[in-house]
Design a protein around this ligand. Sequence first.
Ligand SMILES: Nc1ncnc2c1ncn2[C@@H]1O[C@H](COP(=O)(O)OP(=O)(O)OP(=O)(O)O)[C@@H](O)[C@H]1O
Ligand SMILES: [Mg+2]
Length: 270
Amino acid sequence: MTSPETPLPGGDVTDGIVRVGDTVRRPLGPHSPLVHAVLGHLERQGFDGAPRFLGVDDQGREILSFIEGEVAGRPHPAWLADEHRLVSLARLVRRLDDAMAGFAPSSAMLEAVAAPDIPGMPAAPEAEPEFVGHLDITPENVVFRDGKAAALIDFDLAKPATRVDEVFNLCLWWAPFGPDEDRSEPLRGVDSAARTRLIADAYGLAAVDRARLVPTAIRRTERSWFLMKYRAEHDGGGWLRMWRDGAGERIRRRLAWLEAERGRLAGALG
Ligand SMILES: Nc1ncnc2c1ncn2[C@@H]1O[C@H](COP(=O)(O)OP(=O)(O)OP(=O)(O)O)[C@@H](O)[C@H]1O
Ligand SMILES: [Mg+2]
């Protein structure tokens, strides 16, 4: 007997994600070998905050374990602003990044996810990557249980990263970094600098890395304008939808917000 397929609405990029019994089926892509290796490594480490990779089905889709819990949908729930959840999430991400230590992906896996060279795009921050990071810690990609972050899902954007890159990504979605007009209702008016401090403390970000957080955020945001435009032009699909929907303008507003808030953010980071 085969279980019915239930569509899983989620983020913006991947179409055709379904739940089948206690599994999730997702389309494969060039990034998939790296993602499967990451999930296999996490399983061997005994890390419980990620789906298990269970193989590929006869339709050529990856099979992942379904993780029970609460995931923010649209419209975003009020609990997105909850500071206890925020702290638990930053701790979970720290555990994830620590569990990734010692994972050595092949060069083919890394080549498949390397950022393209785009004319005019500023260079990435110079720091050496420390591990393969998740780097897409959106509200839709975190499973909560009993009011605490229990798991991260959707490792499609995993790439070599520094702790600063990973914490920047957390702050981007959860501080969040950007003006009120681009935030969902529950995050309008929250104190982003105070939440950045909570994230850095709960993650255990070192002093040297705290000093790098805002410059890294600015550089990564500048690059993201070029990368999103490139994805929209080359990959189409959800990337093109997001670009047409004003993603480029949102990135520019985020950059202006970061420049305006950099003093307050740096002050809060200590
Ligand atoms: N392994 C899982 N366990 C529990 N829920 C899941 C799992 N995988 C996906 N989901 C649910 O399905 C939604 C969409 O899945 P996922 O995040 O993998 O894809 P997506 O967000 O559509 O893709 P992208 O982020 O690339 O645009 C998630 O927000 C979550 O609610
Ligand atoms: Mg997602």
